[in-house]
Each structure stands twice: as C-alpha cells, then as structure tokens.
Design a protein. Structure first.
Length: 87
C-alpha cells in the first residue's frame, strides 16, 4: 500500500518555513492551510503531497493566501531563496 501524506509549509515576510505539520488526508491539509493562511504575518501556506519512502513523489497540491486558494502558476509572495550575505 502506498502511504500518501500532505505536508504544510508556511511563508512569512522573513522566513520560508520548513514542514509545519503533516496530515494523512488532503481534505484535512487543505482545511488547515486555508485557515492558517489567515494568521497574522503569514503570507502564504502550501500543501504538498508525498508518498512515504518513495523518492520523486513530491507534488504540489494547493496554496492559500488570506483564506483563498490561489492558481498554481501565480507568483508566490516572499523571498523563497534569500541571498543576504551571499555574493
């Protein structure tokens, strides 16, 4: 049996967070992400699907801003790859 899980990542103005929480169902993950995206200082929250123990199974599912699901191709807010001090 393939065990799919759904991870939540939160983006803040000065931080792209690591995995915040993992859910077993997409429904629970989407509900959490939608709600979390309305929290103070949260720019966006994304849901990613993985299959446990299988490389190459990472798949973006959804992302939310202010409680609204965003189109997959819309530009993400925040600095995804900080370069402070790197030259």
């Amino acid at each position: 049996m393939r065990d799919a899980v759904y991870s939540i990542h939160t983006t803040r103005p000065d931080d792209v967070g690591a995995v915040e929480v993992i859910f077993r169902s997409e429904r629970e993950a989407r509900a959490y992400a939608k709600d979390r995206s309305t929290d103070w200082h949260v720019l966006a929250v994304s849901v990613t699907r993985f299959v446990i123990g299988e490389l190459g199974t990472r798949h973006p599912v959804a992302w939310f801003v202010d409680g609204a699901e965003q189109p997959h191709r819309k530009a993400r807010p925040g600095r995804l790859y900080p370069t402070d001090g790197c030259q």
